[in-house]
Design a protein around this ligand. Structure first.
Ligand code: BTN
Length: 220
């Protein structure tokens, strides 16, 4: 994949800058120093002060893209000396603290893949950042290059196999909010070939296609 990076000082959201580009040239990357209205999955806000990595990449959509990008971010962090794992579907955590998030907005064959990584500071107390996790500082641009390289190389792999190995949700007791007011609590048994989470609540195994997953303490 040939990439072309466009840096802007400030954006409302890099997702919107990338979406506004015509044509949607695959491999175009929009990176901002600051986002004024950064957004996360499921309507959350993504706080985006100076010092973080905020980038949106135009890629070909595919059903496993979200898992694929999660794997790429974990591997890129590993190259930077940070051991991270994935909370289903694609929250990137270090010791259960969020270091990076991924937002995929797809229209037809094209996806705008938004990646936010806390690098020099932690916008929320329950999160972490690269500077806190490694003695070897990594710059935003170097980390972006590592992520782009990993996205390019993991395209041909059996992404589900790799994803399972990096996913800390498996085997955990979880609560998954599926829709407003509807949640499943149980043990995360597996990830199926479509990337869906299988949760056993003691009576049924639920196949969860999308939702907010929380890791719970083991039941006593
Ligand atoms: C999440 O974990 O909720 C996903 C966070 C995604 C944040 C990134 S930062 C770059 C891109 N622009 C946005 O507004 N959001 C994504």
């Amino acid at each position: 994949m040939n990439t072309h990076i466009i840096h802007v000082d400030r954006a409302s959201s890099t997702q919107d800058v990338a979406r506004g580009m015509t044509p949607h040239k695959l491999g175009t990357v929009v990176a901002a120093d600051v986002q004024e209205r950064g957004r996360g999955r499921r309507g959350h806000v993504w706080l985006s002060p100076r010092g973080g990595l905020y980038a949106s990449i135009i890629l070909r959509n595919d059903p496993l893209l979200s898992l694929r990008v999660g794997v790429a971010v974990v591997r890129a962090l590993k190259h930077a000396g940070i051991v991270a794992r994935l909370k289903w579907p694609n929250d990137v955590l270090v010791s259960e603290k969020k270091i990076a998030g991924i937002l995929i907005e797809a229209t037809g064959e094209t996806a705008i893949v938004g990646i936010g990584v806390n690098i020099s500071s932690t916008p929320l107390p329950e999160a972490t950042c690269a500077a806190a996790e490694t003695g070897v500082p990594i710059t935003r641009d170097a980390l972006l290059q590592l992520i782009l390289r990993e996205i390019a190389v993991n395209n041909d792999e059996d992404v589900i196999e790799v994803y399972r190995a990096l996913c800390s949700t498996l085997g955990r007791r979880v609560r998954v909010g599926i829709t407003e007011g509807r949640q499943v609590i149980g043990i995360a048994l597996g990830i199926d070939r479509d990337g869906h989470l299988l949760v056993d609540d003691g009576k049924t195994t639920h196949t969860i296609t999308a939702g907010d997953c929380v890791h719970l303490p083991a039941a006593v």
